[in-house]
Write a protein that binds this ligand. Structure first.
Ligand SMILES: Cc1cc2nc3c(=O)[nH]c(=O)nc-3n(C[C@H](O)[C@H](O)[C@H](O)COP(=O)(O)OP(=O)(O)OC[C@H]3O[C@@H](n4cnc5c(N)ncnc54)[C@H](O)[C@@H]3O)c2cc1C
Length: 426
């Protein structure tokens, strides 16, 4: 399917497809069986992505990326999503991709030099620590309980320069938290303000005193790098003032600046995964015979593939529309929520269909479908569950209700009920 992508975006996508077909997919096929890959393989893949000129397209050149606009980088994310190894190779992998975006938007020059540049190079790993165990922040992030309070640095008297932030809290589901070198932590900094106006983001090195990585929460799906989803306690963790990321008490705004585009980049990667799942399903059903023909000739399967292709096309079109709006400076909250819910469900259904089409080979791990299946389920929960995005969409949908549409209706006991249809004599 062709889209109205710019020439530059199309060229980039062609190079990304070549990298996928010539380097990434052969490695993925060699390592069938849901195996994780070593850091050496990751380094080789990243070197290849540099040689194909598709490494970190979304990051400014100043910090080691290619400086593409969000919209122009989009087709690369789709191509990368065709394999679980693709995003890792091109450095468009979550959660680092979203965290790099956050640093680029909200970080000061020292923070960018210290954390963004090494992240882009792949020398550091990061985690974003917002979700908390019950009854803390989850679908309703206003329930946040982690705090950060100002205190005089140990051994100093209280002064602007000597102040430190002391963080106390309990987070979990921090993706890559076990492996991370640095964590971006959301905490309440003004307990009297509404959470949206009273929270801030902090850069916390994982080796800071008081950071306890409790465990990798056992979970469905692993991914090729076996990334963890960590439970973390923050107990009297002290960071200097310079570790405040962005503006004080604007943590939710910055988190939203991270999550909006990150939701869309999830959509792009997952739509690539759906595309590949359907490619595998079409290949399998075109070769496999049964009941006197190939499976691809059975109309019931053809119709289901047709429906999946149609829905995927609608998702990819909507994602491009939302990306255009973001590039134009719009937050695009509603279009992004629509994309997130729709693409998550379209992708999940497409992968489920592909598993069904491939029979036992859909469940086996010689093909990547079983890994895709395990990986996609989280997409309907992470970065806002379906219901939370539907809530946002519905709130907007009900904002301007056209009550005049019901003027012709008669209410119970209405003395001026309509006496019958009128005839227009003109
Ligand atoms: C694989 C994975 C990776 C993650 N990575 C990170 C990360 O890196 N950093 C981080 O901070 N968090 C991360 N999370 C956490 C994720 O963002 C939260 O799980 C998500 O926001 C939902 O919060 P919760 O799990 O507390 O669900 P709850 O708030 O307990 O909600 C449970 C369910 O209730 C339903 N629900 C919620 N609200 C409503 C409503 N208003 N109406 C109807 N139904 C509703 C939804 O179906 C929801 O799934 C990750 C989660 C997963 C699964």
């Amino acid at each position: 399917m062709q889209y109205a992508d710019s020439d530059q975006a199309q060229e980039l996508a062609e190079r990304a497809r070549a990298l996928m077909d010539e380097v990434v997919l052969p490695i993925e096929r060699e390592r069938s069986g849901g195996m994780t890959v070593s850091s050496g393989t990751v380094a080789d893949l990243r070197q290849s992505a540099r040689e194909y000129d598709v490494y970190a397209p979304q990051i400014s050149e100043a910090y080691g990326g290619m400086g593409m606009s969000f919209r122009d980088a989009l087709p690369v994310f789709e191509e990368a999503g065709r394999s679980l190894l693709g995003p890792v190779a091109m450095r468009v992998d979550a959660p680092d991709e979203g965290n790099m975006h956050l640093l680029e938007l909200a970080g000061d020059e020292i923070q960018k030099e210290t954390y963004l540049e090494p992240l882009v190079k792949g020398e550091l790993k990061s985690g974003f620590s917002m979700t908390e165990p019950m009854q803390g922040a989850g679908s309703d992030p206003k329930m946040i309980r982690t705090t950060a309070e100002k205190d005089a640095a140990e051994g100093t008297t209280a002064s602007r320069d000597g102040d430190e932030w002391v963080i106390n809290g309990h987070k979990w589901w921090t993706t890559q938290g076990v492996e991370a070198d640095v964590l971006f932590v959301l905490a309440r900094t003004d307990p009297d303000a509404h959470p949206y106006e009273g929270c801030s983001l902090f850069i916390v090195p994982t080796d800071a005193d008081g950071v306890e990585i409790v465990r990798d929460v056992p979970h469905m799906g692993g991914g090729p790098r076996g990334a963890s989803h960590a439970e973390i306690r923050y107990e009297n963790v002290r960071v200097p003032e310079e570790h405040l990321l962005g503006e004080l008490n604007r943590g939710f705004t910055h988190a939203q600046e991270r999550l909006g585009p990150a939701r869309l980049t999830h959509c792009m990667r997952f739509s690539g995964m759906a595309q590949r799942a359907l490619e595998i399903a079409k290949a399998y059903t075109s070769e496999r015979e049964g009941f006197g023909s190939t499976l691809s000739e059975k109309q019931s399967l053809r119709y289901r593939i047709a429906d999946a292709e149609t829905r995927l096309h609608v998702a990819r079109t909507a994602i491009r529309d939302a990306a255009d709006r973001i590039d134009a400076g719009d937050e695009a909250r509603i279009p992004v929520s629509m994309c997130k819910v729709f693409t998550a469900n379209v992708t999940q259904d497409a992968i489920d269909l592909a598993v069904q089409c491939c029979g036992a080979n859909g469940i086996g791990k010689d093909l990547p479908l079983a890994d895709f299946y395990e990986s996609v389920r989280q997409f309907r929960i992470v970065d806002g569950a379906d219901e939370v995005h539907r809530r946002v969409i519905a709130r907007d949908a009900f904002e301007d209700v056209a009550r005049e549409e019901l003027e012709p209706l008669t209410r119970f006991g209405d003395p001026n009920g309509r006496s019958g249809g009128s005839t227009d004599t003109h």
